[in-house]
Design a protein around this ligand. Structure first.
Ligand SMILES: Nc1ncnc2c1ncn2[C@@H]1O[C@H](COP(=O)(O)OP(=O)(O)OP(=O)(O)O)[C@@H](O)[C@H]1O
Ligand SMILES: [Mg+2]
Length: 408
């Protein structure tokens, strides 16, 4: 049996997270059996490599491996695609069709997005799993087939069952061996490792220097939620390889590419203890601390960027203060030290007489105006407003209440 590392090399799987290793190990262990497998995991976590490696490490490897995406075959044709049909069984059935279950006899069928399978097809599939028999559309004689089924889903199957969209008995048949692929946000260091791999691949492909991450950017990468998982990470790495002027990618570059941290979901004050020793000494989850710190940093950076943009766009309207009075005190973009913007040291070319009586005075007033403007721009679409301002929708909602902002 190959080692985990050999499997990872062969299928281009990067990472060492415990959960990932466990999933791959289970896949390898059960590969030589005929047991049905259900691979579960969010979109983009790498489910597609698993059925292939199971097939390649089974005694079926010299027979057919057929991958079918149940979500992309129209409901009207899926039965005939899977189980075949007899000539003339419906309009357009000009000849006999064997169907995938016949063609894959002795091999493996991978049913991707199995949660999308129509109910009638689910009944036929259950029959194959239970008896090894299926009936072609338009025929009545059952045929035998010896096919191993591996299914995958990124939907919550329990929910699909409770809503009546998926048969519970079929679920239990498919789920003989569950393999759970963890989301990227739970894979610790892997995220950097995978990023480096994609950065290197893109650099090789387009003959340029691979991009690298600043320390702060690495923390942001680790703390981000990655809803699209590895597929999203790949897109971001490719995008940044072309967008960044420099090979060094900063947290701000990530922020511009949409990699932002939702401060609402992070604990800012606590650190989770992982082990309390008998002498009272406590170990802490430092990953969480890094995540928390990165989250706070990014939040600060977001707020600074929002304010900076505002000042740049609307400086004419801001009440100009005496030459050396601070207009703004902030932290350097690279996180090093603080700086003060005054009328004297600012790059902005101040007009001589530019005092407006009704100009906003406090950050809160400015923030309120910024939100109202954005709401107008996006016709009250809160999602877009939150995105533009670098806030979570929940934070935006709180601010709408706080400033008593109605629909614009
Ligand atoms: N551990 C990994 N290392 C490197 N690349 C990976 C890894 N896991 C996944 N990928 C890559 O990420 C992309 C998405 O993976 P895949 O298509 O298998 O996702 P999926 O789980 O099937 O998602 P969906 O549910 O949306 O179909 C692919 O290009 C795949 O090669
Ligand atoms: Mg997939």
């Amino acid at each position: 049996m190959p080692t985990l590392q050999e499997i990872k090399n062969r299928y281009g799987i990067i990472g060492n997270a415990d959960e990932l290793n466990r999933a791959l190990d289970v896949a390898l262990q059960i590969a030589p059996t005929n047991l049905s497998v259900l691979i579960v995991g969010e979109s983009g976590v790498g489910k597609e490599a698993v059925p292939r490696l199971i097939h390649d490490n089974s005694s079926r490897k010299h027979n057919k491996y057929i991958a079918i995406n149940c979500g992309s075959i129209p409901e009207g044709t899926i039965d005939s695609e899977l189980f075949g049909h007899a000539k003339g069984s419906f309009t357009g059935a000009i000849g006999d069709r064997e169907g995938f279950f016949g063609a894959a006899n002795g091999g493996t069928i991978f049913l991707d997005e199995v949660g999308e399978m129509p109910k009638a097809t689910q009944a036929r599939l259950l029959r194959v799993l239970e008896t090894g028999e299926y009936i072609r559309v338009g025929e009545s004689e059952p045929r035998k087939t010896d096919v191993r089924i591996i299914a995958a889903t990124n939907v919550n199957m329990q929910k699909a069952i409770s809503e009546g969209r998926f048969r519970e008995d079929l679920y239990y048949r498919l789920n003989t061996i569950p393999i759970n692929l963890p989301p990227l946000r739970e894979r610790g260091n892997d995220v950097e490792m995978i990023f480096r791999k994609f950065a290197k691949d893109t650099a090789m492909k387009y003959k340029r220097e691979p991009i690298m991450l600043t320390d702060e950017a690495r923390m942001v990468l680790r703390a981000y939620k990655w809803p699209g998982n590895i597929r999203q990470l790949k897109n971001i790495a490719e995008q940044l390889s072309f967008m960044c002027k420099d090979t060094m990618v900063t947290a701000e570059d990530l922020y511009r590419a949409g990699v932002t941290i939702d401060s609402d979901t992070k604990e800012l004050t606590t650190t989770r203890p992982t082990h309390i020793h008998s002498n009272g000494h406590t170990d802490y989850d430092y990953n969480l601390q890094i995540t928390t710190l990165a989250s706070a940093l990014q939040q600060l950076n977001n707020e600074f960027q929002t304010f900076k943009q505002y000042v740049e766009q609307r400086l004419d309207g801001v009440n100009i203060k005496p030459k050396n009075e601070p207009l703004f005190i902030g932290t350097g973009e690279n996180g090093s030290g603080s700086f003060t913007i005054t009328k004297e040291n600012s790059n902005y070319n101040f007009p001589q007489e530019d005092i407006q009586e009704d100009a906003p005075h406090t950050i809160e007033e400015i923030e309120r105006i910024k939100i109202i403007e954005s709401l107008k721009r996006h016709h009250n679409n809160r999602k877009k407003v939150a995105e533009e301002l670098g806030l979570s929708e929940r934070t935006l909602y709180r601010k709408l209440l706080k400033y008593d902002i109605k629909k614009q």
